[in-house]
Write a protein that binds this ligand. Structure first.
Ligand code: AMP
Length: 393
């Protein structure tokens, strides 16, 4: 089915064409007609399914009617869990809006408020925001919600995981009660369901999984290694296998800084991305990584979700994540859009619990490779595949 069957007007079809999308994805086929009809929507869809366009296109279609906004007003609000996602979603909306007169902007914390306030003075049609900064701006009366027509909660599960429920409730209290609500979430957990129940009446529910034919092509393998040898092993892999690029996940920001300097001592230039860096620095680093200027990026979990890095060759779990969902999200940064990707985990004996959880979720043991120069003293046993981690969602 082509996009032209979806009742989208010429300026949007032209932008879709420029983006190189030839046909709508499963979520777009299902969500676009629902959103265009003005109904509420609760959608179970992960990043990578094309969910951003599934709400952005019909939103732009509805709002592209010549309406003149008053100052400090917005027509649609998209709430996202992280600054990075806010930037990415807004950039995507702006691309789709390029042949319309609609305006969009992202607001998020960690940067100076003044330019955001300034930009809001004339009103913005679609505002993409993280909850905390949005509330700050609303408290300062830098924006008003009385012209708001549509609320989008993007990655609702992630926002709840990050403890934004109170902020979300406070924001919703300020919105006009007559509005369209769209909720997107990778998983519809009990918490997400109750958020939807409280705020979204009569929603159409849709669910899509990743299209099997577009299943990411990710080659997963692991190396068991003594903890003290991890950075040496990583350097060995980078040099010996002539890696040109890797997104390396690590648990703590201290660990990230340390690893960058350990790599540096072995002649490998890397940079780090974590919550301790300013927003401007984080944005610059991400841009440099996307453009290839930075080849090796050591990151804490913040970069794991939602980010779309074109043709990312590989992801390395320097530490396995504590939450098994996080593993899936991390490796999903590679092997996107039909490209081949690689996900490598460095596993020491103290990661055994996390390894069991990951392999149980995958339903198979991950291929183990070993390297002569890195014999293991503390052997990592083979996982028990029906492992059920306690106190997990
Ligand atoms: P998302 O799930 O919104 O993060 O989108 C994932 C990726 O799919 C992004 O790089 C989009 O540009 C791309 N994308 C979205 N819709 C389509 C489509 N219909 N055809 C091809 N690529 C798409």
């Amino acid at each position: 089915m082509p996009f032209s069957k979806l009742a989208l007007s010429e300026p949007l079809l032209k932008a879709i064409n420029d983006l190189g999308y030839t046909a709508p994805t499963a979520i777009q086929k299902k969500a676009i007609p629902v959103v265009l009809s003005g109904k509420n929507l609760v959608a179970a869809a992960q990043t990578g399914t094309g969910k951003t366009a599934s709400f952005a296109l019909p939103l732009l279609e509805q709002l592209n009617n010549g309406h003149k906004l008053r100052g400090k007003r917005i027509q649609a609000l998209v709430l996202t869990p992280t600054r990075e996602l806010a930037v990415q979603v807004e950039a995507s909306i702006a691309q789709m809006a390029k042949y319309t007169d609609l305006t969009s902007m992202a607001v998020y914390g960690g940067v100076d408020e003044a330019p955001q306030k300034q930009a809001l003075i004339w009103g913005i049609d679609i505002l993409v925001a993280t909850p905390g900064r949005l509330l700050d701006l609303a408290h300062q009366r830098a924006l008003h919600f009385d012209e708001l027509k549509v609320l989008v909660l993007d990655e609702a599960d992630r926002m709840l995981d990050m403890g934004f429920i109170e902020d979300i409730n406070k924001i919703i209290e300020r919105l006009p009660s007559s509005r369209q609500n769209l909720l997107f979430s990778a998983t519809i957990s009990d918490d997400v369901r109750s958020l939807a129940k409280r705020n979204i009446a009569n929603a159409v529910e849709i669910s899509v999984s990743h299209d099997k034919s577009q299943k990411p092509n990710i080659d997963q393998w692991l190396v068991t290694v003594d903890k003290s040898n991890k950075s040496a092993l990583l350097s060995h892999l980078i040099i010996d296998k002539q890696w040109q690029q890797a997104l390396i996940f690590i648990e703590t920001k201290q660990g990230a800084a340390k690893l960058v300097s350990q790599l540096d001592k072995r002649g490998i230039t890397a940079d780090s991305l974590h919550g301790g860096r300013t927003q401007a620095v984080r944005e610059q680093i991400l841009a440099d990584f996307k453009s290839g200027k930075i080849k090796f990026l050591v990151s804490t979990g913040i970069a794991a979700r939602g980010l779309d890095i074109d043709g990312l060759e590989r992801v390395v779990n320097y530490d396995l994540p504590k939450q098994v969902d996080e593993y899936i999200h991390r490796i999903g940064r590679t092997g996107r859009a039909g490209a081949k990707g690689e996900a490598i985990s460095l596993v020491s004996k103290d990661n055994f619990r996390e390894l069991c959880a990951v392999e149980s979720r995958l339903g198979n043991i991950i291929l183990r490779k070993s390297f002569e120069d890195f014999p293991v003293k503390k052997v990592v046993p083979v996982s028990i595949l029906n492992f059920k981690p306690k106190n997990k969602r």
